[in-house]
Design a protein around this ligand. Structure first.
Ligand code: DNO
Length: 396
C-alpha cells in the first residue's frame, strides 16, 4: 500500500518535513479554508499541489471536499452546491489528485467525548464515553426523545454523571461535541445545533440514503470522465448519535450503496476505526468483500468497554485485526497489479495517533499528532513488509 499522511495545510504544526521523516510518500490534504460549498479554484488547488511537491512528496488523496448540509437534506441551494462539487472534482482531478474522500454524516463528523484521555501508558487517546455522551444528549442538550434512544441503565448512569459535572466540565464536553475544528469545517452553538437536529427529524435513514444516491448519480459520471475515484468515509461512530440518520455504518449499507451506484468510480474509504466503533462490524470480512472498490484505507484501532464506550487503541492492539485487514488489501493489490490496473496501489494512512512524548502540550489537531502517527505508521509498515516477505517466500 502507498504510505500516506494527512496534512492539514501550511498551518499544520506537523510539517511536510515531518511527513517525510515518518517515511510516508503520499500526502492527504484538503483546502479546508475553502470548504464552505463554493468551487475549489484551480489556482488554489495548483498552489497546494506545488507546496506538497516542493517538499518532495505527492498529493495522493483529497480528504475531503465537504458535502454541505443542503446537499444532504436537499434543501436551499443544494443544486448549486452539487454543481460546485462537480467543478471541484474536475479541478482536483485535473491537477492529478485522483482519489477523493468525502463523508455523508448528517451535521457531525467523527465524534468523541474526550480528546485527551490518559492511557495506562501515560500517553493520551481519543475516547467516546457512552455515559458522558448520553449525559450531554439527555440532560444538557435535552434533545426531544433522547432518553428513549438509550438503555435505561445508561440514562440512570448519565443522570448521576451529569449531576456530578461542574459547569466548566459541561462547557468542555459541549465544545468537544458540537463546536470544534478542524475535523469538521464548521461549528455550531447549542441553538444552531438543535435547529439542525429538528431539520433532520424529517429525514429518516431511507431518505438520507436516497439523497446520497441522488448526489452520487450526479457526481460519479464526472469522476468517471476525469478518471477520479470517489470514496465515501463511514459514519463515525458507526451507530446513530443525536437521533440522526446514518447511511454508512455497516456492510449492508456499503452493499446497498454499491448496488445503487454500480460504478468503479464510486468506492469506499475503508476506515477500520470508524467501522470498528461498532462491535458488530467484522473488518477483515468487510475488507475482503469490498476490496475491489476500496480506494483508500484509514488504519486505526478501537478498544470497546462493557458500557458501550470505546477508545482509540494502539494500532495493533485493539479489537480489530489490522493484520488481517492489511493482508486482505494487499491481496487486492496483487489482483489489481495482475490485471494491469492503474490503481494497483491502495493509499493507506495511519489514522489518528496517540499524543505522546514531546507532542504533549503542542497545538496539534486532535488525533493528528506527529509521534503517535509516526509510531502507528511504523508498526503498520512492519506488518506490510512482513506480509510481503511471507508471500514472496522469503520467510515461512
Ligand atoms: C477523522 C477523519 C474524518 C474524515 C472525514 C472524511 O479523523 O477520518 O474526519 O476526514 O470524515 O470526510
Amino acid at each position: 500500500m502507498q504510505q500516506t499522511w494527512r496534512w492539514f495545510g501550511p498551518d499544520d504544526v506537523v510539517t511536510l518535513d515531518n511527513v517525510k521523516q515518518a517515511g510516508a510518500t503520499g500526502v492527504v490534504s484538503a483546502l479546508h479554508h475553502l470548504n464552505t460549498g463554493g468551487v475549489w479554484p484551480a489556482a488554489e488547488v495548483a498552489k497546494r499541489r506545488q507546496t506538497i511537491e516542493d517538499a518532495g512528496l505527492v498529493w495522493s488523496v483529497v480528504e475531503s471536499i465537504g458535502v454541505g448540509e443542503e446537499i444532504k437534506t436537499r434543501t436551499g441551494n443544494f443544486q448549486e452546491k452539487i454543481d460546485n462539487y462537480k467543478q471541484s472534482i474536475r479541478n482536483v482531478a485535473r491537477a492529478g489528485v485522483k482519489v477523493i474522500c468525502y463523508n455523508f454524516m448528517a451535521i457531525t463528523d467523527w465524534t468523541r467525548t474526550n480528546l485527551e484521555w490518559k492511557l495506562p501508558t501515560g500517553g493520551y487517546a481519543l475516547r467516546f464515553d457512552a455515559v458522558d455522551f448520553a449525559a450531554y444528549d439527555v440532560f444538557v442538550l435535552r434533545r426531544k426523545g433522547a432518553a428513549a434512544d438509550y438503555p435505561p441503565e445508561r440514562v440512570a448512569a448519565a443522570e448521576q454523571r451529569f449531576k456530578a459535572m461542574s459547569p466548566a466540565a459541561i462547557d468542555a464536553l459541549e465544545k468537544i461535541l458540537i463546536d470544534w475544528l478542524p475535523a469538521r469545517d464548521f461549528v455550531y452553538d447549542r441553538a444552531g445545533f438543535l435547529k439542525m437536529l429538528e431539520l433532520y427529524r424529517e429525514i429518516p435513514p431511507e431518505r438520507l440514503r436516497e439523497h446520497l444516491v441522488a448526489f452520487l448519480r450526479e457526481i460519479t459520471p464526472v469522476a468517471e470522465e476525469e478518471g477520479a475515484l470517489l470514496c465515501i468515509h463511514p459514519d463515525d461512530p458507526s451507530f446513530p448519535i443525536f437521533g440522526l440518520p446514518r447511511v454508512l455504518s455497516n456492510a449492508e449499507d456499503v452493499r446497498a450503496l454499491f448496488a445503487a451506484v454500480p460504478s468503479q468510480a464510486c468506492g469506499l474509504t475503508l476506515c477500520t476505526g470508524s467501522f470498528g466503533s461498532n462491535r458488530r462490524n467484522d473488518l477483515v470480512a468487510m475488507a475482503k468483500e469490498f476490496a475491489p472498490r476500496v480506494h483508500f484505507a484509514h488504519l486505526r484501532n478501537t478498544r470497546h468497554e462493557a458500557d458501550g464506550s470505546f477508545y482509540e487503541a494502539e494500532h495493533l492492539d485493539g479489537d480489530t485485526d489490522l493484520i488481517g485487514v492489511a493482508a486482505a488489501l494487499m491481496r487486492e493489490e496483487e489482483r489489481r497489479a495482475a490485471a494491469g490496473r492503474a490503481d494497483a496501489q491502495i493509499p493507506m494512512r495511519p489514522d489518528h495517533g496517540h499524543l505522546l512524548g514531546d507532542d504533549v502540550g503542542k497545538k496539534m489537531n486532535p488525533g493528528y499528532s506527529n509521534i503517535g502517527r509516526l509510531k502507528g505508521l511504523a508498526e503498520l509498515r512492519g506488518v506490510m513488509r512482513t506480509i510481503e516477505a511471507f508471500r514472496a517466500g522469503r520467510i515461512d
